[in-house]
Structure formats: C-alpha cells, structure tokens
Design a protein around this ligand. Structure first.
Ligand SMILES: [Zn+2]
Ligand SMILES: [Zn+2]
Length: 166
C-alpha cells in the first residue's frame, strides 16, 4: 500500500501536465463541485477575516479600508464597460424565471408598503450588512429568510452555516 502511494506520487511528479489534464476533465464534468469548492473557499476567507477582526482589529481596519477602495474601483470599471451585457443578462433572467421574478416584485412591494422589513443583518450568521431574501417557496413571496450573500450561496449549495458572530 505504502509502495503504491509512493509510486503514484512519483508518477504525478513526473507527469504534471497529465495531472493537470485529469484535474481539468474532472472539474469540467462536475461543475457543481467547482461551485461548492468556490463557496467553501469564500467561507474560509470570511472565517479568516472575522478572526482577524476580533484578534487584530487595527490590521483588520487597514485591510478593510484598502479593500473597499479597490472594490469601488473595480466595480466602477466593470459597470461602465459591461452596461449593455448587464441589462440584457437581467432581462434574460427575468424571462427565464417568471415565478422568481414575480416573488421578488411582490416582496419589493411588501417592503415599500411596510408589510415586511429587511433586517440589518444576516439571520444565519449575524453579520451586519446587505442581505438577500431567500425563498423556500416562491409561491409565498413574503415568506423569506434574510441572508448575507455568503450564507445564501451556502444554503443553495447545501453547505453548513458559517460560525455566527459573537
Ligand atoms: Zn450570513
Ligand atoms: Zn435563495
């Protein structure tokens, strides 16, 4: 057993381009796995920065400031160069998902009329900030769970919740 493992490792070292090829084929055949891994790494990142915020608040503050600035710049650039694409993409999504679209519109109306309130933070992990409405059932547009972007993705990928904030 040990020998076989050694042999396999040696083979992998000797054939890096084949290893890369196998990996690529695997990932192409399992797009849902790719998405899960992406979300998992986002979750790890969030955990890392939450820890930093608690343990090294000054470093976190500096990181946040530079990150915010960079984010704004990329966003501005992206928005101005992809305007058309973004609009047509949104219209296509609306056409392909009429029930979801309807639920979102109803929810928006309910919010405007004060029938429901968007909370300030995620109901799963507690982070304060922008939240998404997650529908368990699109037939009940106002019956939503409010989640941060990462918890929302984790819910859809069936991943465990983020550790909640203290
Ligand atoms: Zn969350
Ligand atoms: Zn959702």
């Amino acid at each position: 057993m040990e020998n076989r493992l050694e042999y396999l490792k040696a083979w992998q070292r000797a054939n890096p381009e084949k290893v890369r090829g196998y990996k690529r084929t695997y990932l192409e055949r399992h797009p849902e796995q790719v998405e899960k891994n992406r979300i998992r790494s986002r979750i790890r990142m969030v955990e890392y920065y939450r820890k930093m915020r608690e343990e090294r608040p000054e470093e976190y503050g500096r990181f946040k400031e530079s990150n915010r600035k960079r984010g704004r710049e990329t966003k501005d650039k992206y928005y101005s160069s992809h305007r058309e694409e973004r609009i047509s993409g949104a219209l296509r999504w609306q056409k392909e998902n009429p029930d979801k679209r309807k639920a979102h519109v109803r929810l928006r109306y309910a919010e405007l009329r004060g029938k429901t309130e968007r909370p300030k933070g995620c109901s799963r992990c507690g982070v304060i900030g922008r939240v998404d409405a997650h529908h368990e059932d699109y037939g009940k547009p106002i019956d939503v769970v409010w989640l941060c972007r990462i918890c929302h993705k984790a819910v859809h990928a069936d991943l465990p919740p983020l550790p909640s904030l203290p």
